[in-house]
Design a protein around this ligand. Sequence first.
Ligand SMILES: Nc1nc2c(ncn2[C@@H]2O[C@H](COP(=O)(O)OP(=O)(O)OP(=O)(O)O)[C@@H](O)[C@H]2O)c(=O)[nH]1
Length: 367
Amino acid sequence: MLWLFTAMYQLVYYSEQKDLVDRQRYDIVALGKAITNAESGQRGYLLTGHTLFLDTLERGRSETSTVMAKLDAQAQSLTLLRPGLQRIRQLVHQKFDILDQNIQVQLHAGEFSPHLSLSKDKGREVMKLIDDELLDLDRKLAHLRENFEHEIRKRMLASVVGGVLLGVVIIGVLLFSYRSTTLLLEQVLETQAVAKQASHQADHDLLTGLPNRRSVGVHLDNTYQLARHTSKQFAILFMDLDGFKLINDKYGHEVGDALLIEVANRFKKVLRQSDFLARQGGDEFILVVSNYLYRQELTQLAQRLIQLFSEPVMVLGLPLEIGVSIGIAEYPHHAKQVKQLLHVADKAMYDSKKSGKNRYSFGSETR
Ligand SMILES: Nc1nc2c(ncn2[C@@H]2O[C@H](COP(=O)(O)OP(=O)(O)OP(=O)(O)O)[C@@H](O)[C@H]2O)c(=O)[nH]1
């Protein structure tokens, strides 16, 4: 990571250095042009005597000193230029002295003075030296530029490789954290499912899937509280199969189990949404009916439940004959407490057994 940042930092640094070198090369050309402009102004004046050309000379002089100042400032960061610039500065002074002298000589001694011609030769010589120095400086800068370009290419490659590596690392971390999160989520969901299953198993009978004895207690308590506060009635139908032991003994527990499942399914078929059916244990079932108006509805329901087993029940290919004895207790008519009500219903169921089985009986009032 640090390596990538270093490479990127250096990339920016070398790019800036390269731009600086480009500006210096441009200024070196500009310097040469400014001196030449000044020289052509001087020459024009010498040839024509027009003072207009003196303006060109002065403009060239001022451009020259501006560019020289720029180059000096840039040389602060590039020490390599300093000696060359120092020499150029001296030569430029010399050059402008000669230009000025030529003008003075012509003004005082005339155009064809021997001093003037000597001075012209000297001027050309100095200009040649300036050009050579400028060329040398440009060569050095061109070489420096190449070096910077080479460094830039290296840092670009390093940045690209570093970027790709960093990308791979980031993707790897993201994938890893995604995978861990998914695994964690799966574990949480699994734990929740196990907890839900455990809670379902605690409240339900494993064989038939119906609510178990524990649920009967909870449901009856809730129904009782609601009925008490709303002054409504509800009924318990206590149901016990007739002749179940015989089937168990004759065909074995496997058939007995299958029969219990079938019985539960048949009971469900005649129930309404609001009815609550549970397996109390063994071959006993409890039905809580809380949505009825007349006792007659209970007798009709009991008859339908008994009717379910009027024909032999086919289980695992066996025609099994069973019946159901039912005891009915109503709140608040038969009892005003849940426990008593259950007792009344149980007793009524035994009354049905005693009076010949496969029938229903209502409980007797308890006070
Ligand atoms: N297959 C099986 N049998 C069970 C289960 N739970 C209890 N039993 C048996 O169910 C029988 C219930 O006994 P009873 O109610 O006396 O049998 P019954 O033949 O219906 O007798 P009555 O009620 O007098 O008609 C017993 O033999 C228990 O062993 C179970 O989950 N599966």
